[in-house]
Design a protein around this ligand. Structure first.
Ligand code: PLP
Length: 452
């Protein structure tokens, strides 16, 4: 058994980490997570943390789910691998495709499997091109997405995403256009004094403006997360989604809802598309479908799109070696069974109110300019001055301090700039949600002391 220092030395020398500053690793060493139980993770030094981020928004049922483990073990015995190419399937892929369609809005009846959310978004891009070819409008290639969105890390995912610091590190795909996000707290200029619902309409109308600027006959699809996750848990005003849906219908633009974070329950519905009453052409999923235990992603495809795709091309020239991997599908089937037994309806009937009861009062802390939550996600906007919403200098420094103080207070909370975000596991009870917010308050106090 290695010591903590041995792990850190080997890690710093050999492991290239995603989204990590190597200088921090060299200076402080990696945080080594050695084991987990329920909603808690443990560092190799024994420090216990309440995981307020469910891993990376994926271990929605926490870390101790023996039925998922057993399903994985049984599948490894029965059929550890087979592919779904060339007219083949296996029981778990077929069962899972059917089970997911049964949970989805009624007009989505086919599933394409990938290994991740990024691959799923890439796949949608391929299907969108093919769909417009089939409809005899191959010029419809322009894609609209949103600033500060996160749709993954492959070239297509990162191009669809609207994160400037990612775009700086490669050449984004051409033909992907970004419109402003429905971020009311961050509204600037003339919009700063706008009423929330008016702002939501303004943000939605940016889609129409962009469609008109590009020419409606050139626009293929609009990609969006129902609530932007990594971009800072941007919860759109209630006026936003109905107007977006209306615009997509009016201009016949395909609506792609990226539910990699929100699919499988986080809003209290199976899909956020049901929560917001959307009729998407594609729903992208990953993460929570297997409770994060093994990789699996995919795309739900609407009837109108799959009929056009399959009438035009009998053979989709697209797929991954591990599309519908049997072990991942077995894990997902067990996850869906557990979710169906209560955790999702508990969010709808109880936990989203509990979150509001305990999370929203964090707005009373002197550092917090706004506290918001929906279902089981929440955010806090850190400000230097509450009345004017003035931010701290230092471009995310306050957020980083607060994230570190949160770890000290025994809670995993994430920072996007100076926005603190939380996405706790569905298995918490009322007392644990109270405990989570008390730790968040403690982290804010410690942050305030550091920033003074
Ligand atoms: N889409 C959204 C909304 C996400 O939050 C993520 C990951 O965080 C992705 C796509 C990419 O998923 P993956 O990391 O599985 O490729």
């Amino acid at each position: 058994m290695k010591t903590l220092q041995q792990w850190q030395t080997a890690d710093a020398a050999h492991h290239l980490h995603p989204f990590t500053n190597q200088a921090d690793i060299n200076r402080q060493g990696s945080r080594v997570i050695s084991h987990a139980q329920g909603a808690y993770i443990f560092e190799a030094n024994g420090h216990r943390l309440l995981d307020g981020m469910s891993g990376l928004w994926c271990c929605n049922l926490g870390y101790s789910q023996p039925r998922i483990n057993q399903a994985i073990a049984a599948q490894l015995e029965e059929l550890p691998y087979y592919n779904t190419f060339f007219q083949c399937t296996h029981p778990r892929a077929t069962e899972l495709a059917q089970a997911i369609c049964n949970k989805a809005p009624a007009h989505l009846n086919r599933v394409f499997f990938t290994n991740s959310g990024s691959e799923a978004n890439d796949s949608v891009l391929r299907f969108v091109h093919r769909y417009w070819d089939a409809r005899g409008k191959p010029q419809r290639k322009a894609i609209i997405a949103r600033e500060n969105a996160y749709h993954g890390s492959t070239i297509a995912g990162a191009s669809l995403g609207g994160m400037g610091f990612m775009h700086e590190q490669f050449e984004p795909l051409r033909g992907i256009h970004h419109i402003p996000q429905p971020y009311w707290f961050g509204a600037k200029g003339d919009n700063a004094d706008m009423d929330e619902q008016d702002f939501g309409l303004w943000a939605a109308n940016q889609l129409e403006n962009k469609i008109l600027a590009l020419g409606p006959d050139n626009v293929a699809a609009f990609f969006a997360e129902p609530i932007q996750g990594a971009g800072g848990v941007i919860i759109p005003p209630d006026s936003y989604w109905p107007r977006i849906q209306e615009i997509c219908r009016q201009y016949d633009v395909l609506l792609v809802v990226d539910e990699v974070i929100f699919g499988f329950g986080r809003t209290g519905e199976w899909f956020a598309s049901q929560f917001y009453q959307l009729e998407p052409d594609f729903i992208v999923f990953a993460k929570g479908v297997t409770n994060g235990f093994v990789p699996l992603g995919g795309v739900l495809v609407s009837d109108r799109v799959s009929e056009a795709l399959l009438s035009h091309t009998n053979d989709l020239a697209h797929g991954f070696t591990y599309s519908g991997h049997p072990v991942a599908c077995a894990a997902a089937l067990a996850t869906l069974d557990i979710l169906a037994e209560g955790p999702i309806s508990r969010i709808k009937n109880e936990l989203s109110q509990t979150m509001r009861d305990y999370w929203l009062p964090l707005a009373d802390h002197p550092l917090v300019g706004q506290a918001r939550c929906k279902g089981l996600v929440g955010a806090l906007e850190l400000v230097k001055d509450k009345a004017s919403k003035q931010r701290f200098a230092g471009n995310g420094h306050a957020g980083t301090v607060c994230r570190n103080m949160s770890l000290q207070a025994g809670l995993v909370m994430r920072a996007t700039g100076d926005t603190m975000i939380i996405a706790p596991p569905f298995i918490l009870d009322r007392n644990e949600i109270k405990d989570l917010t008390e730790r968040a308050w403690q982290a804010l106090d410690l942050t305030q002391a550091q920033l003074q």
